[in-house]
Design a protein around this ligand. Structure first.
Ligand SMILES: C[S@@+](CC[C@H](N)C(=O)[O-])C[C@H]1O[C@@H](n2cnc3c(N)ncnc32)[C@H](O)[C@@H]1O
Length: 292
């Protein structure tokens, strides 16, 4: 038997859970916690699911209650593999030539397949922004763009960096995240997906970094493709550093922003010498910019 606790939460609470190192401290058997956005048209209505192997105690429920504004709702799940259950709702995602799945689903013939376990790091491909970035990468390659120096800032599970390396396999690529857990997860996912880790062409370097503040990023700059699916606030704060770290003609792919924030994010980059190539569509925008 296993138990699932669901709490309604807002976007900030859901994302905070993804960024937390250990919500349950040194608990001997912590739950698997997943945050999702069930309805993309309601971007502030998120849910946190915590999967327990034993019935959660009052103390465990109190920890969960501290993570979200909603009340914990406890369900006993049928006798089936609870990890599969926790991932069963995560349907595979198709974005351009990419197919992203969890172990609950089969790979697709003819697609560039990635296997990403649902976990604490954001980026199973199920969020609009991740999918939108994969689709934008696919379009860039189809339009004939070629990149040799790639940075994926705020890599989450590593998925966007993996996608970029699949499209431009000779590139020097680096994936970074402010969250050390994301980098651990990315390392595991790289192994799972046959992505070579290392410093050379066609290999992925990894670093824990806040924005561009890491020597490995400075050494590799200027980039000709910089990807950042973070949030509108940090994207604006980091505009100066991102533009400074890119070469003239570079592509800057930005996501994590709502349509209401697109103008402010675009302005921060246009003021610093970029032009908007694709404004994106829908509630979650993916911006494609070019450094002039
Ligand atoms: C919305 S998730 C995107 C993950 C992945 N790139 C994707 O598209 O699925 C944002 C990621 O950015 C990271 N992040 C947030 N602020 C950051 C910063 N200042 N520098 C580097 N990474 C950051 C978070 O830890 C998180 O993993």
């Amino acid at each position: 038997m296993s138990w699932r606790v669901t709490l309604a939460c807002n976007r900030a609470e859901g994302e905070a859970v993804g960024a937390m190192e250990e919500p349950f401290g040194d608990h001997p058997n912590p739950p698997v916690i997943v945050a999702d956005e069930p309805d993309e048209h309601r971007p502030d209505d998120w849910r946190i699911h915590a999967y327990f192997e034993e019935e959660p105690t009052a103390a465990e429920l109190a920890v969960l209650a501290g993570l979200a504004s909603g009340e914990p709702v406890v369900e006993e799940l049928a006798d089936e593999d609870w990890v599969t259950r926790s991932q069963a709702g995560l349907e595979p995602i198709e974005a351009g030539r990419f197919f992203v799945r969890t172990p609950a689903h089969q790979a697709r013939d003819g697609a560039v397949n990635f296997l990403i376990d649902a976990g604490l790091a954001f980026g199973t491909g199920h969020h609009h922004t991740t999918r939108g970035c994969l689709a934008a990468l696919d379009r860039l390659e189809r339009a004939g763009k070629r990149f040799e120096r790639i940075a994926d800032i705020g890599t989450g599970t590593g998925l966007l960096a993996f996608g970029a390396l699949a499209l431009w396999p000779e590139a020097l690529a680096i994936a970074t995240d402010i969250d050390p857990i994301s980098i651990d997860v990315t390392r595991d996912n790289a192994v799972l997906n046959g992505v070579a880790l290392g410093e050379g062409p066609g290999e992925l370097a990894l670093a824990v970094a806040d924005g561009m503040a890491h020597p490995a990023l400075a050494e590799r700059a200027p980039f000709d493709l910089l990807i950042a699916n973070i949030l509108a606030g940090p994207l604006i704060e980091l505009a100066q550093d991102f533009v400074a770290a890119t070469a003239p003609g570079a592509t800057i792919l930005l996501a994590g922003l709502l349509d209401t924030q697109a103008q402010a994010v675009t302005a921060a980059y246009v003021e610093r010498g970029c032009r908007l190539v694709e404004p994106g569509t829908g509630e979650w925008r993916v911006l494609v910019l070019e450094k002039v």
